[in-house]
Design a protein around this ligand. Structure first.
Ligand code: MSP
Length: 497
């Protein structure tokens, strides 16, 4: 099966922060898991490099927009690398391949009769790159999101007949209730659609930093359509000499936060339908990472620097923490103190310590050779069906819940060590068979959780699996591997702070 997962493309005038890393890590967890299941996976992330704010920021700095986005793209590439994202392509909307494909698609939208010339008059927020409708305008004609003054715009430009898609969109979401997750976001999108859709500008005339309209090159495409199309265009040129569109479109999942729900749930499927293309299969709308009560954002200056966190805790710990601390789909506060607490109790103690103890006991009591034994019935029921359960949750992009399911077993294994007391068994020859079973079961339990944790903890899980003598990442249940492996001790997976 083909599985295609995307992240938003991040604005090429900002600096990467943990909020961006969050979406990329989420998509990466799904991508890694599906690869373990043997699916044909494509993961996309990248940068959104056109539009007014970028042109303005460049001008302020006295550099060209291209110079600005080159610098910023490099920072985002660095960031996604540091969080160990395994994206198959990093798209930049200034790529020639993207621009050409965007022009083809917009031509089709026009040929299909969904584009006309008109006068736009209304309020515009340059920071949202969004034309505001009446209910999106704050006191004193300000942007509700940024609380900054809106601009009054009047210009001749090309319009996209969004209003024609009100009914098709309502139908789409009624017929595919799982298309937007979580549910309350789907309801939000539907409410917006039902409140009435007005046509939107497809182009801007006062701007040059963008994709020229093929039939009117004095106008550039409204940046949101240019940006949204990245999910589609990337497939046409990500692999040289190969067009992956047939194989991967429509996307399995778009991952994004609630700030850009309207664009993804309303504009995007409408535009695709207008071009005669299939809408994405599903989108998951996650919440915000908050610092204290506030959304973490560069303009508010309250960002947790992912580079610093990774430097101190490692990428695995960051990936783990974000999906453990915050329910995926809701807002949640994060903090350095929270990091340290979870790192210490869950990663260093629950998981790291369990691993060290297990490896050490096999070393001490069985000369590093894992005994072949029957899986302990005390554990088989707990592990029964775990691979299927985690898979089913990740099919629904329930990243936090899947992690919780796995962590229940990590805790179970810790209790099992206490219950079975291998160090007592080791004292009497009469308990040798039982000790074999306990050691086997511990190691096998650890193997199963490590394989399942791999998407979250790619580095430490790989280290541990190698130490267990079973480097395969293939998903298999408790008791699937016989004993006999050579087991090695390792340095603590998560050294205490
Ligand atoms: N360029 C547009 C997206 C175009 S997609 C076709 C954009 N860029 S952005 O740089 O502002 O990134 C927004 C996205 O970054 C959010 O939707 C979310 O995925 C992520 N996040 C940014 N800050 C975040 C938090 N504080 N918390 C969680 N996610 C955050 O919008």
């Amino acid at each position: 099966m083909s599985y295609y997962v995307t992240t938003p493309i991040y604005y090429g005038n900002g600096e990467p922060h943990l909020g961006h890393a969050y979406s990329t890590m989420a998509a990466d967890i799904l991508a890694r898991h599906m690869r373990q299941r043997g699916e044909d996976v494509f993961m996309l992330t990248g940068t959104d490099e056109h539009g007014e704010p970028i042109a303005q920021a460049a001008e302020k700095e006295g550099i060209t927009p291209q110079q600005l986005v080159d610098r910023s793209a490099a920072q985002f590439q660095d960031m996604v690398g540091k969080v160990d994202s395994t994206h198959d392509f990093f798209i930049r909307t200034t790529d020639r391949g993207h621009i050409e494909r965007v022009q083809q698609v917009v031509n089709r939208v026009k040929e299909n009769g969904h584009v006309y010339k008109g006068i736009y008059e209304g309020w515009y927020c340059p920071r949202c790159a969004d034309f505001k409708s009446d209910n999106e305008i704050g006191p004193g004609d300000t942007c509700l999101i940024h609380e900054t003054p809106l601009q009054r715009e009047e210009e001749e430009n090309w319009f996209f007949r969004l209003s024609a898609f009100q009914e098709p969109l309502e139908k789409l979401y009624e017929e595919n209730p799982g298309m937007i997750e979580p549910d309350f976001r789907r309801n939000e999108a539907l409410a917006f659609i039902r409140s009435g859709l007005r046509d939107v500008s497809l182009s801007r005339s006062k701007l040059s930093w963008g994709v020229p309209l093929p039939w009117d090159p004095d106008q550039v495409m409204y940046v949101w359509f240019d940006a949204l199309l990245n999910y589609y265009t990337a497939l046409s040129y990500a692999r040289q000499g190969e067009d992956l569109t047939e194989k991967f479109w429509p996307a399995s999942w778009h991952i994004l936060a609630k700030d850009i729900l309207k664009f993804h749930a309303v504009y995007w499927p409408a535009f695709l339908l207008a071009a005669g293309l299939e809408p994405p299969q599903r989108m998951f709308i996650h919440g915000y990472l908050l610092m204290g009560e506030k959304k973490m954002s560069k303009s508010l200056g309250n960002v947790l620097d992912p580079f610093e966190v990774i430097e101190r805790f490692g990428a695995d710990a960051l990936r783990y923490y974000c999906f453990r601390e915050v329910t995926f789909g809701q807002d949640g506060s994060i903090s350095t103190a929270g990091f340290e607490a979870r790192y210490e109790t869950e990663l260093a103690n629950d998981f790291g310590n369990l691993a060290s103890r297990t490896l050490a006991m096999v070393g001490r009591y069985r000369d590093g050779i894992l005994p072949a034994a029957e899986p302990d019935p005390l554990l088989t029921a707990d592990f029964d069906g775990i691979v299927g359960r985690v898979g089913a949750l990740l099919d629904q992009a329930q990243i936090g819940q899947a992690l919780e399911e796995i962590w229940v077993l990590v805790r179970r294994l810790n209790r099992y060590v206490e219950e079975s007391q291998p160090w007592v068994l080791a004292k009497s020859d009469g308990d040798a068979v039982r000790l074999d079973q306990v050691l086997y079961s511990l190691a096998e339990g650890l193997r199963v959780v490590s394989v399942l944790l791999h998407p979250y903890l790619p580095n430490s899980s790989a280290t541990l699996l190698r130490a267990l003598g079973e480097p395969s990442l293939e998903l298999s249940g408790f008791g699937a591997r016989p004993g006999g492996q050579h087991v090695e001790r390792i340095e603590p997976l998560f050294p205490k702070l």
